[in-house]
Design a protein around this ligand. Structure first.
Ligand code: ATP
Ligand code: MG
Length: 327
């Protein structure tokens, strides 16, 4: 029995809150089984878009379809979408098992069947045996995984997640990201994901859609969006980027593509003065100034050589093929 996630089609959605246009003629097609991430600044409309997709929010124009079927007269609970929201609030008065089983109980499933499904869902998120615990006796990461189990237990066609890992520390976030990726593959789920975290978006997604002011300004694979940003906004939103102007317009260059060498006493084009040296653990970030051009470089530590100092002159260089010009 192979199950596969369903497609989601968003066509020309416009939504206002009062007089503010929050979604502006927004369209996107999400393929069955795809992991699609929406990335955008606070207030760009990500949560609103998810609510529209799931059926929590009305909208003025446009259409949401799942596997080709218009959802306009299909209520939330009939869309078979699992949801994990930003504040993963579990019901505090119910134990973990009851929290997870709640959606099945509402659907009228028999108790024994619910217990089986709950155990399966707990095992899927690595929490087997915790069904009896009250949520207050779980760590934040465990609570988050209970919320994930609660979304998975209904055997959803689509999993919608809004900043699900935002409150977790980095190690835990990475562990759950890995789990999520494995679940995505194992269950062939369609996942619609929202995050503020660029690295998370790059690691997890088949496709990233960058939102700004209620619109999708660019979408593509993580590589496409990272290496071929269409605008300076996208370039600087997804990772750090040098944006320099020349006669032909703005050009983008990733800091990891900038090489730096000490250049004591040198001057002229290609020479900059170091303004900051930032320790990154795996390397270092150098911020320097060449006239009105700010130069950011991410470079390895100099093995056996002295570190760069603020005020020191450097020569910076890059391969022309690393430079990205906007269309
Ligand atoms: N219920 C509401 N009533 C009125 N305005 C709202 C409501 N919900 C959201 N908004 C406004 O709509 C805009 C988009 O909000 P939304 O929650 O979709 O943003 P977001 O991209 O999810 O932001 P964040 O990253 O901070 O979660 C914001 O300007 C917000 O203030
Ligand atoms: Mg939001």
């Amino acid at each position: 029995m192979t199950k596969r996630g369903k497609s989601v089609r968003i066509e020309g959605i416009t939504k206002h809150y009062g007089s503010a246009r929050v979604l502006d003629d927004l369209s996107i097609d999400i393929a069955p089984g795809e992991f699609c991430t929406f990335l955008g600044a606070s207030g760009s409309g990500k949560t609103t878009l998810l609510k529209v997709m799931v059926g929590f929010e009305p909208f003025e124009s446009g259409r949401v379809s799942i596997d080709g079927r218009d959802m306009c007269d299909v209520p939330v609970e009939r869309r078979n979408i699992g949801m994990v929201f930003q504040n993963y609030a579990l019901f505090p008065h119910m134990n973990v098992g009851a929290n997870i089983g709640f959606g099945l109980e509402v659907r009228g499933m028999a108790k024994a069947a619910i217990a089986r499904r709950v155990d399966d869902a707990l095992a899927q998120v690595g929490l087997a045996g915790l069904a009896e615990r009250p949520p207050a006796e779980l760590s934040g990461g465990q609570q988050q995984r209970v919320a994930l189990a609660r979304a998975l237990v209904i055997d959803p066609d689509i999993l919608v997640m809004d900043e699900p890992l935002g409150a977790l520390d980095k190690n835990l976030r990475h562990a759950i990201q890995l789990q999520l990726k494995q679940l995505h593959r194992a269950l062939s789920l369609t996942i619609v994901y929202v995050t503020h975290d660029q690295d998370e978006a790059l690691h997890l997604s088949d496709r990233i859609a960058i939102m700004d002011g209620g619109r999708i300004v660019q979408q593509g694979t993580p590589r496409e969006v990272y290496f071929k940003p269409r605008t300076p906004f996208v370039a600087t939103f997804l990772g750090e980027c040098n944006i320099w102007n020349d006669a032909a317009g703005p050009l983008a260059l990733r800091p990891e593509h900038v090489a730096v060498a000490k250049a004591e006493g040198a001057s002229g084009p290609g020479v900059a003065v170091v303004e900051a040296v930032i320790f990154l653990g795996g390397g270092q970030k150098i911020v320097a100034r060449d006239g009105d051009r700010q130069v950011t470089a991410i470079i390895p530590f100099p093995v056996g050589a002295p570190e760069l100092q603020i005020g020191e002159r450097i020569r910076y260089s890059y391969d022309d093929c690393s430079v990205h010009r906007f269309d």
